[in-house]
Design a protein around this ligand. Sequence first.
Ligand code: AMP
Ligand code: MN
Ligand code: MN
Ligand code: MN
Length: 276
Amino acid sequence: MNIDLHCHSNVSDGALAPAAVARRAARAGVAVWALTDHDQLDGLAEARAAALEQGMQFVDGVEISVTWRGSTVHVLGLRIDPGNASLAAGLASVRGGRVERARAMARDLSKAGIEGAFEGAMERAENPAMVSRTHFARYLADVGAVADMSDAFRRFLVPGKPGYVPHEWAVLADAVQWIRAAGGQAVLAHPGRYGLSAGAMDALLLEFQAAGGEAIEVVTGSHSPEQFRHFAALAVHYDFSVSRGSDFHGPDEGAEFGTLPPLDPALRPVWREWGL
Ligand code: AMP
Ligand code: MN
Ligand code: MN
Ligand code: MN
């Protein structure tokens, strides 16, 4: 069964509306699907309706931005109750400050000779309060300042490069707590993306587990096949369940639905108790 538990709509930094993302997932053969917008639940009702229309099982999700020891890490909440007040209040606290950060990013980019980035990013954000580095990357690609979006994230927008402005996101244990309060399961997203040393990764996994985190993403569009194996081994070592998701953001923007390999059947999937 094709299960995809990570992707984005234009409610956060995806390119398509929730219903369009649902149709694309269904067309690619996804049978169980979660929408996991960054720090936002506003797309879930539309996504659920479209998913059911397409014959998919739907999972309410979210991807929470966290600052851990100065690094940004992402925690997925799966099967959350979108009506839960603690989760809503927590997410509202994380969402603040994106527009001010975008202004600072644009000022920094202008010092590097890139003009109009604030307006360019805001025009591309369906939801201006959720303006993100992805919208800046789309602008940089559209005006030809970079070859494509991954080039944008190599030359700009990352620590040490023009356009990077650090931001204080949620505290790790708080994010896990909001997810659990809403009846969901907390999954550490794409651990291979963080560039952590082996020692720091061990510390992150232990802290995440102590906070109530249950699973880590193993098969994701952000991991190489070698990282599928590496994080599968870490999941076994620390007794985490494992998850799988494309992290689809838009057509021709990297990961696509229906293209990733299945999880190793020897691992314990996060959906084991879901009665699928
Ligand atoms: P922000 O929350 O504004 O810091 O933006 C983070 C988003 O940027 C992530 O959710 C990804 O969608 C995107 N992103 C970060 N790094 C990369 C990368 N190397 N390639 C493509 N997209 C990236
Ligand atoms: Mn994103
Ligand atoms: Mn992420
Ligand atoms: Mn994501």
